[in-house]
Design a protein around this ligand. Structure first.
Ligand code: CAA
Length: 240
């Protein structure tokens, strides 16, 4: 039977490309979204991928949503923790709410997504945890103290889970996308975005599908020995 994959934030941007690529690769896919019913419905109509609405920042909502997915599609074998937000501001202007919202979604949201599926993965002896971090979690970013902190924290989650899951057939890896052509990057002021593109040796933004291809590899049986890794996909903008 086909394995089941859960992609948070899976109906838009990088998440949508991941959901589609996993479906194409033969997985059953459930994609979550936070608020935009219309876009989620359009995504399901276009792709046939079932969407579920919950807030990853809320543990109880995540747990209940995951139970629903498992009752509809079967046990979740692959988790792609992709849901993320930005609330950019220079640090001297950053409000505590901007810090909290980003931490709740990008960092606690990963805990809330992985924690409910972890016991089942341990029992079944197989699991793939794939966390979408960011180049800015590796290098930091002007106006992103909140976002960079969460994306660096996501790498800590992955490296720890990798050690805990290894003996149970579970791997945990992170992907750090650079600047990808999504709504999130298009929201950056044009002048700033052009300057960023100037810093990318490849000379262009990445495409969501280029991240999705990393995910399908990490989700596959072929990736079993890759555990606790960080794949940088950033056009050469930053080397760790
Ligand atoms: N490095 C150094 N200085 C910078 C800068 C940078 N990257 N960006 C802006 N500045 C400077 C400006 O030149 C300006 O300087 P002056 O005051 O001397 O003119 C100052 O910072 C801007 O100050 P403002 O008070 O005008 O800033 P603001 O409150 O209007 O905020 C901003 C503007 C939010 C910083 C806006 O410029 C912005 O969105 N920048 C982009 C931040 C960014 O790169 N975010 C990444 C989003 S994509 C993403 O997160 C996906 C991913 O994983 C890669």
């Amino acid at each position: 039977m086909a394995r089941t994959a859960l992609v948070t934030g899976g109906s838009r941007g990088i998440g949508a490309a991941i959901s589609k690529a996993l479906k194409e690769a033969g997985y059953q896919v459930a994609a979550t979204y936070a608020g935009n019913d219309e876009k989620a419905k359009a995504f399901t109509d276009e792709t046939g991928i079932k969407t579920y609405k919950w807030n990853v920042a809320d543990y109880d909502e995540s747990k209940a949503g995951i139970e629903q997915v498992e009752s509809d599609l079967g046990p979740i074998d692959i988790v792609v923790a992709n849901a993320g937000i930005t609330r950019d501001a220079p640090f001297h202007k950053m409000k505590p709410e901007q810090w909290k919202e980003v931490v709740d979604t990008n960092l606690t949201g990963v805990f809330n997504t992985v924690h409910p599926v972890w016991p089942g993965m341990r029992e079944r002896g197989f699991g793939r945890i794939i966390v979408i971090s960011s180049i800015n979690g590796q290098k930091g970013q002007f106006a992103q103290v909140n976002y960079a902190a969460t994306k660096a924290g996501d790498l800590g989650i992955v490296k720890s889970l990798a050690q805990e899951g290894a003996s149970k057939g579970i791997t945990a890896n992170a992907i750090c996308p650079g600047y990808i052509a999504t709504e999130m990057v298009m929201a950056v002021p044009e002048k700033v975005r052009e300057a960023i593109i100037g810093q990318i040796p490849t000379g262009r933004l990445g495409e969501p599908e280029e991240i999705a291809r990393c995910v399908t590899f990490l989700a596959s049986d072929d990736s079993q020995f890759i555990n606790g890794s960080t794949i940088s996909a950033n056009g050469g903008q930053f080397f760790v």
